[in-house]
Ligand binder design. Structure first.
Ligand code: FE
Length: 207
């Protein structure tokens, strides 16, 4: 399958080569920190916020709604882009989305083997490991081994399906709703859906 990338894509530059924008940001950060104008910890905190909080919370809302509203889950299955946009999450790097649902038989895992295509609109910034060559190459060759390194041991009979993202199509994993949450509302459910569970390197544990 071809892996085409549009001109809008930020991560064409592979391995350790910084994109022009990333290089400029890095240079600016170095100057500001050097002049004592910016505390590096503050920058780390901002990145941390976008990596773990703001972005993935959008995806968690989508998952929680799919868990509690069967009609929404059907819509998400048939037209994820529209179903996600209906919650206000759309735009750049989220134009063409597909939701892949974990089941008792099948676990889904998302990678971008060529670079780092990622659904920004629902997950925010990709984690460093997602962009790293070891994950990108090994997720396809040895998904079970990769998941084990993330601390996720699936049953041997569980099938793992790996989805290779492109700039044209990005994936959101809808984890299985854990047992013991039948009386939980959407807010409570959204709170337990992690970023990694929506990439497929984790599952949502029973409370
Ligand atoms: Fe990519």
């Amino acid at each position: 399958m071809p892996h085409d990338h549009d001109d809008d894509h930020d991560d064409h530059h592979h391995d350790n080569e910084l994109s022009p924008m990333a290089a400029r940001v890095k240079a600016l950060e170095t100057i500001l920190v050097g002049k004592g104008l910016v505390d590096p910890k503050a920058i780390d905190a901002i990145v941390e916020t976008y990596e773990h909080k703001v972005g993935p919370r959008n995806g968690a809302r989508v998952v929680a709604k799919a868990w509690t509203d069967p009609a929404y889950a059907d819509w998400l299955r048939s037209d994820a882009t529209a179903a996600i946009a209906s919650l206000g999450f759309g735009g750049r790097q989220g134009e063409h989305m597909q939701a892949v649902f974990n089941t008792a038989e099948t676990h889904n895992l998302v990678v971008c083997t060529l670079c780092s295509c990622y659904p920004w609109s629902v997950l925010g910034l990709p984690p460093v490991w997602y962009k790293a060559p070891p994950y990108r190459s090994r997720a396809v060759i040895d998904p079970r081994g990769v998941l084990a390194e993330f601390g996720l041991a699936l049953a041997p009979e569980t099938r793992i399906r790996v989805w290779d993202s492109t700039a044209e199509l990005r994936y959101l994993v809808v984890p299985q709703r854990p047992a013991g949450t039948l009386d939980w509302n959407e807010d409570q459910l959204a709170a337990i859906v992690s970023r990694d569970a929506m990439i497929g390197t984790a599952v949502v544990a029973a409370p």
